[in-house]
Write a new protein. Structure first.
Length: 212
């Protein structure tokens, strides 16, 4: 019995080390989602990056989308404001997202409902220690946006990241084709940003985009 317990403690200790390893590795994790279609894994990524992009939307097809004029409101903290401002700065300049050219486009307007959905998801990932577009309760980004009071059919997309600063986070999104496509999508009209400090990557970030 003593020998069995000894090896059990050894295995448990190794398991704890393996689970804690990402906290000590300065890794960057990014994922983007646009709609709900097949997953496309991008090749050629380094061991320090994990990226996914999902899309089933044609940005030129605006059928059934009701465009509303949301009043610009300030974000709840300076880090969220920085990501919001950096995103709109990026949209002022045309750029390639992977092999696809996106022309300069109009600025996004801040939306509190999208911001609340993004913030709640960032806090959930921090509190429950996970990194996914699927919420702890099984929710999709569309579910979370609708629950925050934003029209379900206007939910456009979501970017998430684990990183330390607004500047590094937006730069990493721009350099990733799927995230960049969300960021430069001319059909998106509104944006909310979520931020939760802490965790293995320093902070969790969420961008929720809206068609309306």
């Amino acid at each position: 019995m003593t020998t069995w317990m000894f090896w059990a403690f050894i295995c448990l200790g190794l398991g704890q080390l393996a689970h804690a390893w990402p906290a000590n590795g300065h890794r960057l994790q990014l994922r983007t989602i646009l709609g709900t279609a097949e997953s496309i894994d991008e090749p050629g990524l380094s061991s320090s990056e994990e990226l996914r992009s999902i899309s089933n939307n044609d940005e030129d097809d605006d059928d059934g989308i009701v465009v509303q004029d949301f009043e610009r409101r300030s974000s709840s903290n300076s880090y969220q404001q920085s990501v919001f401002d950096l995103t709109n700065q990026a949209r002022k300049q045309g750029r390639y997202c992977g092999s696809t050219w996106y022309p300069a486009t109009s600025a996004l307007k801040w939306n509190n409902q999208l911001g609340n959905a993004a913030t709640n998801h960032a806090k959930s990932m921090l509190y429950y220690n996970y990194f996914s577009h699927t919420g702890k309760d099984g929710s999709s980004f569309v579910d979370r946006i609708a629950a925050a009071g934003y029209a379900r059919n206007c939910a456009g997309g979501e970017n998430i990241a684990g990183n330390q600063t607004p500047e590094k986070t937006v730069t990493a999104w721009i350099n990733s084709p799927g995230h960049c496509a969300n960021l430069m999508n001319k059909g998106f009209k509104a944006l909310g940003v979520g931020y939760a400090q802490g965790g293995p990557y320093g902070a969790y970030w969420v961008q929720n985009f809206g068609w309306c």
